[in-house]
Design a protein. Structure first.
Length: 123
């Protein structure tokens, strides 16, 4: 038996929903959901996918690649430009770059401003 489910939303815990939504909005060009506020913010994505950001008191950032605080989530993005160029732009927006880079030249692992790891790779 196979279920027919469509993924419609992904929600990340964070200390400041509007700030994290702003980071991903600048990185992806997605539009901020009009009902976003300090407790919950969101971005309207392609094909109806919604990316949400919810405030969590005492938020603890993932410690990737370590597991003191597990990563909990890992998002992958494809890009059309040179990875070095895109990486530099994301670092300017507030992303971090862990020393551990397991994919060589095929992809880069970065972290968003609250510590969630994400990958960028060429489309």
């Amino acid at each position: 038996m196979s279920l027919e489910m469509k993924l419609v939303a992904i929600t990340l815990d964070c200390p400041d929903p509007l700030a994290l939504a702003a980071f991903y909005r600048q990185a992806t060009g997605l539009e901020l959901h009009p009902e976003s506020d300090a407790g919950f913010a969101g971005l309207n994505g392609e094909h109806g996918l919604f990316i949400g950001f919810q405030r969590v008191d005492d938020y603890r950032a993932p410690s990737w690649p370590g597991q003191v605080v597990p990563q909990q989530l890992h998002i992958c993005f494809e890009v059309d430009e040179d990875l070095t160029v895109v990486e530099a732009q994301l670092l300017e927006l507030g992303a971090g770059k862990p020393d551990h880079q397991p994919h060589g030249d095929k992809a880069r692992v970065l972290t968003d401003p609250v510590g969630y790891p994400f990958c960028i790779s060429l489309r």
